[in-house]
Every structure is written in C-alpha cells, then in structure tokens.
Design a protein. Structure first.
Length: 80
C-alpha cells in the first residue's frame, strides 16, 4: 500500500509556492551567474527560464484539473 495522493488544493499551493520562488529568484540568478563565461551564463539562465515555464505549465494543468472536477461535481451532485 502506498501513500495517499495529496489533495489537488495541496498540489496547487505547492506549485504556486514554487512559481513564486522561481520568479523571486530570477534577479538573483543573474547576479549568481555573472562571474561565469557568457556561454555558461546563457545556458544557466536558459535552464532557469525553462524551469519557470515548466512550473507555470504544471500549475496551469493543476488549476484546470481542479476546475474540471468542480464542474463535474456541480453537474453530477452526489446522491444522498
């Protein structure tokens, strides 16, 4: 038996925190890679951009999943 799947709201909150963290870190990333050679700076910043985009896509997918579930629940209320 495995661990139960975290709730959709928990997963959304976790994804939102990650997106905020990555967004807040963007200016600091530029300072951290400044000592690197230009090609390494470009590579590191490109990777960070890709990671932020992927986190945003995951968050959007989770929000869509929650909305779909809410719409399905509204269309088919549970029987009493």
């Amino acid at each position: 038996m495995g661990w139960p799947m975290p709730s959709i709201n928990f997963r959304i909150e976790r994804a939102q925190r990650l997106v905020r963290m990555l967004d807040n870190d963007a200016p600091l990333m530029v300072a951290r890679v400044a000592p690197l050679a230009p090609e390494h700076q470009k590579s590191a910043l490109s990777y960070a951009d890709m990671l932020r985009a992927k986190a945003r896509m995951e968050l959007e997918a989770l929000l869509n999943e929650r909305n779909s579930k809410e719409m399905a629940d509204a269309a088919h209320p549970a029987a009493d």
